[in-house]
Design a binder for this molecule. Structure first.
Ligand code: KG4
Ligand code: ZN
Length: 340
């Protein structure tokens, strides 16, 4: 039996989990910093780092208690080494690397987006490669062809804002709190379906890249043209969300057709969005394809996905050396292959 401790501190959640290769996730605890950052309207990196410092060790103790194991039972310590906020990453990497050294176990430096991408594999049924993966988070919007776990070929990505960033910025324009994605999606439920039609950026030309920054500008101009009643805001939120959903679905259709694959894996914070899920379910139905997601708590940042991705890298013998290193900008396609 193998137990992997997973540590996630790339942004505003301290996530700690334990993955056991027989039992699955045996502990998963999280401390969210949303209340800390909400009053500033976005993540304040220095506050994020400081908060991780105070929460990380007690959360590791709690995770060990929940899994009913001790540090002696841990076979490797996996931590997010990038991409993310450098100070926040350094907290998890310093603690993870040091614990591994103190416990005389290997350390594994995990790519945050590989964590997101593999999170749907924690569900039952788990998607089997090959598949197309759509990663939609606060920092990334990317489509990959995944021939095997560890072999990620980039098909397209956002040229500017990530989908989650567009949600957050538009939500801010609508006067909603941070993080804006869930709040915007909530008010969109009351929105009219035929008052506004937002553009579907980069869909009228070939290719699998995205651009979301124009939608935020379109939202700003639309907001400026109305009184700003609750109904106006709901209508704008619905139209914005509809544009993002349809744009993502158009690109996913292209990616599935181009690769000839019939499985679509969707992960990252924005994959919790139910309008997007509905749209992608319909696409999958039309194409006789299957779409897979993580459970909602594994869509946004969490330690479970890091423990799980860490397990795959651990099995391949890909250990971190003694230096405490992080990589705030780290392309997923650059990861070494996994041969197991
Ligand atoms: O994956 P994640 O937790 O962190 C990053 O790796 O970036 O994603 C966070 C992003 C935020 O932009 C947040 O607004 C968005 O995911 N998000 C949502 C929803 N839940 C989280 N966006 C739209 N609808 C949601 N339900
Ligand atoms: Zn994330």
């Amino acid at each position: 039996m193998t137990n992997i401790l997973g540590i996630e501190t790339s942004c505003d959640e301290t996530g700690i989990a334990i993955y056991n290769d027989v039992q699955g996730i045996t502990a998963n605890v999280i401390h969210t910093q949303i209340p800390t950052h909400a009053k500033y309207g976005g993540v304040v990196p220095e506050l994020a780092s400081r908060d991780h410092v105070t929460k990380i060790l007690p959360l590791i103790d709690t995770a060990l208690e929940h899994a009913e194991i001790t540090a002696n039972d841990i076979d490797a310590v996996a931590y997010t080494a990038g991409p993310g906020l450098i100070g926040a990453l350094l907290v998890g990497a310093s603690v993870g690397r040091s614990l591994a050294m103190a416990w005389d176990k290997p350390a594994v430096a995990v790519h945050h987006m590989e964590g997101h991408l593999l999170a749907p594999l924690l569900e039952d049924p788990a998607p089997e490669p090959p598949f197309v993966a759509l990663l939609i988070s606060g920092g990334h919007t990317q489509l990959f062809e995944v021939q095997a776990i560890g072999a990620y070929q980039l098909l397209g990505e956002s040229m500017d804002d990530a989908a989650g960033e567009a949600f957050d910025k538009t939500a801010k324009l609508l006067g909603l709190g941070y993080p804006g994605g869930p709040a915007l999606s909530k008010i969109a439920e009351q929105g009219s379906h035929d008052r506004y039609k937002f553009p579907r950026p980069m869909t009228n030309r070939p290719g699998l890249d995205f651009s979301f920054s124009g939608l935020k500008t379109f939202a700003a101009n639309t907001i400026a043209s109305v009184d700003g009643t609750e109904q106006d805001k709901a209508d704008i939120a619905w139209a914005f969300q509809d544009a993002v959903s349809e744009t993502l679905a158009i690109k996913c259709r292209r990616a599935l057709e181009q690769t000839g694959l019939s499985r679509l894996v969707v992960a990252g914070g924005v994959s919790a969005n139910s309008a997007i899920r509905t749209r992608l379910e319909k696409l999958a139905h039309d194409l006789h394809a299957t779409v897979y997601y993580p459970r909602p708590e594994f869509c946004t940042d969490n330690g479970a996905m890091i423990a799980f991705a860490g397990y795959h890298r651990f099995k391949a013998g890909q250990f971190a050396d003694l230096a405490i290193e992080v990589n705030p900008r780290w392309p997923l396609a650059k990861l070494p292959p996994l041969c197991d």
